[in-house]
Design a protein around this ligand. Structure first.
Ligand SMILES: [Mg+2]
Length: 162
């Protein structure tokens, strides 16, 4: 069973709450809608760091983000990640948990997100159903984005898998 490394965009890769943004982040303006632009901040090193993590533990990287398929064009391409699969979540009950449970099925997983606190009951149910499987929910503060510490937590969680 190939493990999964699941990545949210806003928070983990785009530290929207950081003031000021850490020096390793660069601004990008993304077109949203007809005339609006959204400024996001990305660390170009994150692409390599995530790819290396996935390679070292033989995991698959995938997006779990409200950016959905736009994550490949707007985020992945800017940090040097080739196109990844997208975990789609359309039913809003239970946030991302039902979709991730289906997508991951019995695969071990690490998941970077800043919103695990949402839907506490669903979270508990998700973790409980996966209690025999590696399930590392790595909370990333949207004031810092993914740091070396988060990456090593993820590596540790997955390195025990055969
Ligand atoms: Mg987020």
């Amino acid at each position: 069973m190939r493990p999964l490394v699941l990545i949210d965009v806003d928070g983990p890769l785009n530290p929207w709450a950081a003031k000021p943004k850490p020096p390793n982040y660069r601004p990008f303006d993304v077109k949203v809608g007809w005339r609006r632009k959204l400024r996001i901040w990305l660390d170009p090193e994150h692409g390599d760091q995530l790819r290396r993590l996935a390679e070292d533990v033989n995991a698959e990287l995938a997006w779990v983000t409200t950016w959905m398929h736009r994550a490949n064009a707007e985020i992945g391409s800017r940090i040097g990640l080739s196109a990844l699969k997208v975990v789609e979540f359309h039913d809003e009950h239970g946030w991302k948990y039902p979709a991730v449970a289906r997508y991951a099925y019995e695969r071990p997983l690490v998941w970077f997100d800043d919103d695990f606190g949402l839907h506490a009951a669903r979270r508990q149910e998700f973790v409980h159903k996966r209690r025999q499987l590696t399930t590392a929910l790595v909370h990333v503060d949207p004031r810092t984005g993914i740091t070396a510490q988060h990456l090593s937590e993820a590596r540790k969680a997955l390195s025990g898998n055969p």
